[in-house]
Design a protein around this ligand. Sequence first.
Ligand code: PHE
Length: 354
Amino acid sequence: MTQSIEELKQQTESLLQEAISQIAAAEDSQMLNTIRVNFTGKKSELNNISKMMGKLDKDQKPELGKAISGFHANFNQHLDDKISQLKAEELNKKLAGEVLDVTLPGKTPKVGTKHILTQTREEIETFFLGLGYQVVDGPEVEVDLYNFEKMNLPKNHPARDMQDTFYIDQELLLRTHTSPVQARTMEKHDFSKGPLKMISPGKVFRRDDDDATHSHQFQQVEGLVVDKSIKLSDLKGTLLAFSKAMFGEETEIRLRPSYFPFTEPSVEVDVTCFKCHGEGCPMCKHTGWIEILGAGMVHPDVLEMSGIDPTEYSGFAFGLGIERVAMLRYNIDDIRHFYQNDLRFLSQFKGGQN
Ligand code: PHE
């Protein structure tokens, strides 16, 4: 059956109208794709119409050609418009679903804090760095030679009893104090480059029954200054400045005679009670004073054992407990709080040094 050019043009036009209304009704790009295939693909009616071209008169061919390309132009235009419309709708939908309230408070990340013992240690370090001291490190697993013998505690010395410790073998032990770092530093020091001024913070260990004020492991800071004509008054001045920095400007100190095998004379240093300022209260056991550290002039034998001539050089040394300083400053009643990792305790010490 042959169709007239008019019929073919008519058919093309109604195909276009049908396509336009289907495009308008499409809901997504998949539907549009199906419409494209149905109306312009090999099996489409439009394709059948094109095939009629051969059967037309010569002067009618361009007429049909024009109608078909008109279809394509129109069809593509509507398709493109619909695609942009669908895209815009999708975007709007997405945006509507993702309403961003910029006035909502942000989620604050949980920032941890340095352990209060670390903060205290760093504060002590900062103070002594300011006085030109160097901060040195020493081994926690120490040899008997440095922990005891070079500190004037020969084998069988009775003072060893107070510092019983954990032994790895006959010679190797967990250090009982930071004092062995004195010997290690003195041996290496080159006095042609200036006096020796050092502190050495670190862990120490003792065979002890743990109670509110004792732990088998705690931290000390050793201090040592060696030069020509170092005097007890240098020690006192240094410790007074330190105590004021740690416990407040109004703090005073006193030295009481004591005994350590590695210092001569040896002293125990007290600070005025920062709670009652010397009046007497439970904190200072009604004495007005609180003991904070042990110190003394480096024993000549200790200097000599580390290769320093005691007739030419002298020095002072001190050792303080970091836990003790922190307990006094923050009124902490049990040393075990430091080691139990209870956040209710630890998080109270935010906002110390950074
Ligand atoms: N090492 C001593 C102790 O642990 C403290 C101390 C250090 C005393 C330096 C005097 C000089 O008890």
